[in-house]
Design a protein around this ligand. Structure first.
Ligand code: 13P
Length: 266
């Protein structure tokens, strides 16, 4: 984006995180099988210290997947969390419930939840805060619609979503947060953002965090790209200085493909 002053960022100051988002796929039996295949596919890959691998599974799969992956470096995440700890919220799941089941990460504000389930910037903020207060890592999703990109307001949309999601967070809380830039037009469409498009917006998000807090905080935040990431395009995307990992949908449903994406991040 012309005229922007780029801050040179040091990638070693933050974690690279490859997270699979299984969405509403896999019964517990299927989930156990996929988790076994993934553990096997990554068994000879030393990710320690360089890449964190997470699978964000449906709530009902958490128990089965945690059992299979215990003793492996692969972590288990959820796909949503309510912001209250307990109470009369039929059908909801709280952060303490997830934590006790061994969950370490939770996706918050995915565009599918914003589009189909009434998720707002305000509830994204509340959910992420609840996750952090329970020691979970929120993976906060932001990203523009195709109509917004075409209208030239990508930055405006992403800035609003990022600022409101992080409202009231301390610098320490921001450092424990993952942001996933997922352009809605690239999700499930096979139309991946180019590496330059992904880099441009991820760098912009880091600039927003710098403005909200400081460079040290911004440098510590993992910013992922998500949207039709697959084995064939992962390396190019992940080579960009501000792309610190991926949030992978469809390609995470194949152990072999997802393992290739993890290897591309090493
Ligand atoms: P796809 O990788 O299937 O495009 O999905 C991306 C996504 O929404 C991950 O959260």
């Amino acid at each position: 984006m012309p005229g922007r002053q780029r801050i040179k960022m040091d990638k070693s100051k933050r974690k690279t995180v490859i997270a699979g988002n299984w969405k509403m796929n896999m019964t517990p039996t299927e989930a156990r099988k996929l988790a076994c295949e993934l553990a096997e596919a990554l068994s000879c890959t030393d990710t320690a210290g360089s890449v964190e691998v997470v699978v964000c599974v449906p709530f009902v799969d958490i128990f089965a997947v945690s059992q299979v992956l215990s003793g492996t470096p692969i972590k288990v995440g959820a796909q949503n969390v309510h912001f209250e700890k307990c109470g009369a919220y039929t059908g909801e799941i709280s952060a303490p419930m997830l934590a006790e089941c061994g969950v370490t990460h939770v996706v918050v504000g995915h565009s599918e939840r914003r589009q189909y389930f009434g998720e707002t910037d305000e509830t994204v903020n509340l959910r992420a805060k609840a996750a952090l207060e329970t020691g979970l890592t929120p993976i906060i999703c932001v990203g523009e619609l195709l109509s917004e990109r075409d209208a030239g307001i990508t930055e405006e949309v992403v800035a609003r979503q990022t600022k409101l999601a992080l409202a009231g967070f301390t610098a320490e809380q921001v450092k424990r947060t993952i942001i996933a830039y997922e352009p809605v037009w690239a999700i499930g469409t096979g139309r991946t953002a180019t590496a330059n498009q992904a880099e441009e917006v991820c760098a912009y998000i880091r600039q927003i965090i710098t403005n909200l807090h400081d460079i040290e905080t911004a440098e510590a935040v993992t910013i992922q790209y998500g949207g039709s990431m697959k084995a064939s395009n992962a390396a190019e995307l992940l080579a960009k200085p501000n792309v610190d990992g991926g949030l992978v949908g469809g390609a995470s449903l194949s152990a072999a493909e997802f393992a290739e994406i993890v290897k591309a991040a090493l």
